[in-house]
Design a binder for this molecule. Structure first.
Ligand code: FPP
Length: 234
């Protein structure tokens, strides 16, 4: 593909539940299938030259789902981070997590720390997993961090700029170039509000479990047809 590859791609992985229901399966089967799709997509996106891939794995609001579904997802995350992420580590991928400081089961919090520690020196692209994440909470937490630094005389109010704000978000990542939300829903649902400022948006009808490598390439193709002006005039 001779395409201009977006530096940072973010995916709202929507439609796992509907994918399963359509097949007469339990919603959990959709999440399992989604996890297999994700594993393939991470490798594919970074191979295509994407430098940062962010995914929305679990929002702060997703805790409102049934206990059965939340427990299933938490166990699936533990299993994925423990077993399947080994291969990403071996592929030199740095894995980071955008999340509230606490609130996930302790087993999962521990594995997250381990994965971050084990991959922190990897240089072959960044995989950012947003889990127990909300965009407004991230901005509130960033504001608290900066206020504390001002109170401790570490920074002056006049010095607060884009750079300082980004350094105090959950992760210091470049702006998102392309946001993909699968399943035909046209919302951003409190996802990476700061980072999405100038992102191109793509909303395919495909449910996430079916969003394979070819679908990802199609998203890149569509991104290449967009005219990005960042508020200027060409
Ligand atoms: C949204 O679809 C999906 C989720 C809340 C979970 C996403 C999780 C995975 C893809 C599993 C693997 C992830 C990692 C990071 C290992 P939905 O359940 O809202 O679908 P629906 O709108 O059709 O009900």
């Amino acid at each position: 593909m001779k395409y201009n590859i977006p530096n940072h791609v973010a995916i709202i992985m929507d439609g796992n539940g509907r994918w399963a229901t359509k097949r007469g399966l339990k919603r959990s089967a959709g999440h399992l299938e989604g996890s297999k799709t994700l594993k393939k997509l991470v490798k594919h996106a970074l191979k295509r030259g994407v430098k940062v891939l962010s995914v929305f794995a679990f929002s702060t609001e997703n805790f409102k789902r049934s206990k059965e579904e939340v427990d299933y997802l938490m166990n699936l995350f533990v299993k994925m981070f423990k077993d399947n992420f080994k291969e990403l580590k071996e592929n030199n991928i740095k894995i980071v997590f955008s999340k509230k400081e606490s609130g996930l089961p302790s087993k999962l919090e521990e594995i997250i720390k381990e994965v971050e520690e084990d991959t922190k020196n990897n240089t072959g692209g960044i995989f950012n997993v947003c889990i127990n994440y909300g965009g407004q909470d991230e901005i509130i937490d960033m504001t608290k961090n900066i206020c504390n630094k001002v109170l401790n005389n570490e920074i002056n109010i006049e010095d607060i700029d884009k750079n300082i704000i980004e350094k105090n978000l959950y992760q210091d990542l470049p702006s998102i170039d392309l946001l993909i939300r699968t399943s035909g829903e046209y919302r951003i649902s409190n996802y990476m509000l700061w980072q999405l400022a100038y992102a191109e948006m793509y909303f395919p009808d495909t449910y996430f479990p079916d969003f394979d490598e070819a679908e990802f390439d199609k998203a890149i193709e569509i991104y290449n047809k967009r005219d990005r002006r960042f508020g200027g005039i060409k």
